[in-house]
Design a protein around this ligand. Structure first.
Ligand code: F6R
Length: 608
């Protein structure tokens, strides 16, 4: 949700600001802008659309100046036009903002009544207008900043330039993340450490309520009341994660093919492959003393959590409440003090997931986080962190983070079963052996199914609606398949529990409707086949994703059958994720969409 960067440099900054924005583009990409100060005057370039448009503009009209701020936007208030693009300027003040100023309309009305005129539809402009007004009232920049922060409410990461302070950036955080980076005679500011990775690995994260003044010599950090505070400096590992697409056309494709490797890393952390047991020192939550689990996340991470729910209930006999975080946080759930809460998030910054976490923390629950970005807010605010070790995921549609989340949740559920005495050591050994086989099987599947998925994708790209069905852990997978397809190909898709078919969705089925049935030969297979019969009887076109046993057992005629190796139930969701990811990917490629940066989306959703 918008990326911000700032540099107080010892040489021109515009090019480096845009370079840093490129690493933040996953946060939003509907417009972008840069502002610098030169000879006591603010100057800016802004452009609608992808960062490339801003680069083209800067090429034609370069921007000088050794200090600057920049922004890549995911629109919340106001259309994604150049006028609404940040930085916003008012009378010698420039502002970039990530988040939402919730009381903006009240402030705007008040400023308009006092004679101000607004040039954008954004909530952010009130920040620039307020600061300009306080300056006109005679306040020094620092006082103006503090007074403004006491006036606005909502979520923000802010960076501010004052035209008459050519050596200073002011910044503030309430919600969305903000990192200060230390250079040699230069200082940096960014929405995350990856943005700053080429410049520095020495980072301080502001915490909620902090604001800061950066100049070339360093940073002074203040709390909400203006008291000087110290925050720890840490060495970021983000530089190790500088990424490119390698030989792949898209980050998404690269990330799909990385799965065997990154899952090996994750398993190495959670599993003792000599003893075939879960590493108890990686567990960090005493599952034996917990009576239930509250599980919450958004989007794909939530769907990973739903699969996890089946596992925790089955292997650890632990009741699980799983909710999308945007509902969880407002549901007034009566939570038992003996419950633990588990939050799943690739970015570790998702606003609704973070709010749910804070709710559970206030209720006194033990908090665990299954995260990819270990330096994220969700990781920092949790009692126990379970890293998924997927490495940076740049494609907006989550793939490797999903299967790494699943792998970690599987290990945790087995570990919880061991701690609670609900599975025997023999069963633990058996399950762990299957987990250990997973990377090898994934590589084999990825090496064989691609041509089939590509030709199937050609057919799917001609359709306007697709239905995905599954039972057991294949039900959340059906929803994940539908989510993946719709977000990158823009084809309408729904994922249903196969048993729900006759309670409504069956009305949709005709000869134009492809129905993708995810059915490994597990305990539910026969029942899913009956549901397939219902589809076939109504002329629906079935794409059957099954395993060798399933293919041999089913006598139904299908439009296409994708046959995967026979695998144990514990790893089936990870293995069956591969065809649904590839199908969505190739369909989007045929449709000609922007696979890595699909319309209207952003990788990190730091607003409600
Ligand atoms: C879909 C997707 C999203 C995210 C969701 C949560 O492919 O990536 O649905 O899963 O926005 O994001 P995180 O995991 O960062 O909390």
């Amino acid at each position: 949700m918008c990326g911000i960067v700032g540099i107080v440099g010892d040489r021109p900054v515009a090019e480096r600001l845009v370079d840093a924005l490129k690493r933040l583009e996953y946060r939003g990409y509907d417009s972008a802008g840069v502002a610098t100060i030169r000879d006591g005057k603010l100057e800016r370039r802004r452009a609608e659309g992808k960062l490339f448009n801003l680069e083209t503009k800067l090429h034609a009209e370069p921007l000088a100046g050794d200090i600057g701020i920049a922004h890549t936007r995911w629109a919340t208030h106001g259309a994604p036009t150049e006028t609404n693009a940040h930085p916003h300027f008012t009378d010698g003040v420039a502002v970039v903002h990530n988040g939402i100023i919730e009381n903006f309309s009240e402030i705007k009305d008040e400023l308009i009544a006092a004679g101000a005129s607004f040039s954008t539809q954004t909530d952010t402009e009130v920040v620039a207008q307020l600061l300009a007004r306080y300056r006109r009232d005679g306040m020094e920049p620092r006082q103006a900043m503090q007074t403004m922060l006491q006036r606005v409410t909502g979520a923000y990461a802010l960076a501010v330039l004052f035209h008459d302070l050519p050596d200073t950036i002011m910044a503030a955080r309430s919600g969305p993340p903000l990192a200060v980076g230390y250079g040699k005679g230069e200082m940096f500011l960014g929405s995350d450490a990856i943005a700053l990775a080429p410049f520095t690995n020495e980072i301080t994260y502001l915490i909620d309520g902090d604001w800061a003044i950066l100049d070339r010599k360093g940073v002074a950090i203040f709390d909400h009341d203006g008291n000087r505070v110290e925050r720890p400096k840490q060495v970021s590992v983000a530089a190790a994660y500088m990424v490119d697409k390698g030989n792949h056309r898209h980050f998404m494709e690269k990330e799909i093919y990385q799965q065997p490797e990154v899952i090996s890393h994750a398993l190495g952390h959670y599993v003792d492959l000599i003893e075939n047991r879960i590493n108890t020192n990686a567990l960090a939550i005493d599952f034996a003393s917990v009576q239930s689990l509250a599980l919450s996340a958004c989007g794909t991470a939530y769907l990973a959590g739903l699969v996890g729910k089946y596992w925790f209930e089955r292997y650890a006999r632990l009741p699980v409440e799983a909710d999308v975080a945007s509902e969880f946080r407002y549901r007034d759930i009566p939570l038992s003090k003996n419950a633990a809460a588990l939050f799943i998030s690739q970015s570790g910054e998702t606003a609704d997931t973070l709010a749910s976490l804070r709710y559970c923390k206030d209720e006194g629950l033990k908090i665990g986080a299954v995260v990819n970005v270990r330096e994220s807010t969700i990781a920092r605010e949790s009692d126990a962190v379970f890293p998924i070790m997927a490495g940076p995921e740049i494609g907006v549609a989550s793939t490797k983070a999903f299967t790494c989340q699943l792998s970690v949740l599987a290990a945790l559920a087995i570990g919880a079963g061991r701690a609670r005495g609900t599975i025997s050591q023999l069963e633990e050994n058996r399950l762990v052996r299957h987990l250990a086989e997973m990377p090898r099987i994934m590589s084999k599947v990825l090496n064989t199914i691609q041509p089939k998925m590509e030709s199937l994708a050609r057919e799917l790209s001609k359709c306007s609606d697709v239905l995905y069905l599954g039972r057991g852990t294949s039900f959340p997978l059906a929803m994940e398949g539908a989510l993946k397809l719709k977000e990158i190909s823009y084809i309408h898709a729904e994922g249903y529990a196969a048993g729900e078919l006759k309670h409504g969705p069956i009305a949709l089925i005709d000869e134009n409707m492809p129905v993708i049935v995810i059915a490994p030969h597990d305990r539910f297979f026969e029942k899913t086949v009956s549901n397939m019969q219902e589809v076939a009887a109504r002329g629906g076109r079935i794409i059957f994703i099954t395993d060798e046993k399933g293919a041999a057992a089913s006598k139904l005629e299908t439009m296409s059958t994708i046959v995967l190796p026979n695998v144990d139930e514990i790893i089936a969701p990870m293995i069956f994720s591969l065809p649904i990811q590839l199908l969505a990917y190739h369909t989007a490629v045929f449709m000609g969409t922007d696979v890595d940066q699909p319309r209207n989306l952003a990788k990190s959703v730091t607003v409600e």
